[in-house]
Design a protein around this ligand. Structure first.
Ligand code: CDP
Length: 227
């Protein structure tokens, strides 16, 4: 049987995709690529230049001018990738609440998606990769060897994000996070282009009642069975 080389993980906000993806890539010795971080990096660049996020043309023009890089981590500070914009490390800046609030708007634009999807495909086609996002199994890498759709209730996801933020010293309240998560889910699932949806051949895992290790073990077994 052909070994599982390209793994696509999709799912809604804070469903645990990045933790699963990074752990899986580490165990397999594959490259981990967080595509959400690319959309976040684009959004940060837009906000830093004070471009209104509603201005599709200006946002698209900026995104095509900047260089966004996702690389293996070079620092041991909890990061899973290094995220660079024009060579500058923005790994933690892209997790701000301002980026959280605006990223789904920027991600709706076709010019932005075309640009980032092309880069993601180039990386994915090289194989030995775990790519995480919203449209990886459906649009970016439809021929992936294994597709996982990771879900959990909105409340569970908001609670996890709350705890994650707390660890990083970010004091956003639970209710506010829950609202932001639900708002982002709504935009991501109802947008016209590459909406968040379950690929036909994806395996759905609901992690509401599962911890990180249980999710990991389930997916790792799938990788072994298929390979
Ligand atoms: O980590 P979290 O689940 O909060 O979100 P993320 O993966 O960092 O993605 C941030 C946002 O980028 C999402 O809410 C989507 O709007 C957008 N995104 C996308 O449109 N397509 C992707 N492949 C990945 C993210």
């Amino acid at each position: 049987m052909k070994p599982v080389s390209v793994i696509a993980i999709d799912g809604p906000a804070a469903s645990g995709k990045s933790t699963l993806g990074a752990d899986l890539a580490r165990r397999l010795g594959y490259l981990y690529v967080d595509t959400g971080a690319m959309y976040r990096a684009a959004t940060l660049a837009v906000l830093r230049r004070s471009i209104p996020v509603e201005d599709e043309r200006a946002v698209t023009a900026l995104v095509s001018e900047i260089e966004i890089d996702v690389r293996p981590p070079t620092k041991n500070d909890g990061r899973q990738n290094d995220i660079l914009v024009d060579g500058v490390d923005v790994t933690w800046e892209i997790r701000s609440s301002a980026v959280d609030r605006n990223v789904s708007q920027v991600s709706k634009y076709s010019g932005v998606r075309d640009f980032l999807t092309r880069r993601q495909r180039e990386i994915g086609m090289r194989g030995k990769v775990v790519m995480v996002g919203r449209d990886i199994g459906t649009v970016v890498l439809p021929d992936a060897d294994l597709k996982i759709y990771l879900d959990a209730s909105a409340e569970t996801r908001a609670r996890r994000r709350f705890l994650e933020n707390e660890e990083r010293g970010n004091t956003m309240g639970y209710e506010e996070i829950l609202q932001a998560v639900e708002r982002r889910d709504h935009i991501d699932t109802t947008r016209e282009l590459a909406p968040l949806r379950i690929a036909e051949d994806a395996i759905v895992i609901d992690s509401t009642q599962l911890n990180i290790t249980q999710v990991f073990d389930r997916v790792f077994t799938l990788v072994e069975d298929r390979g």
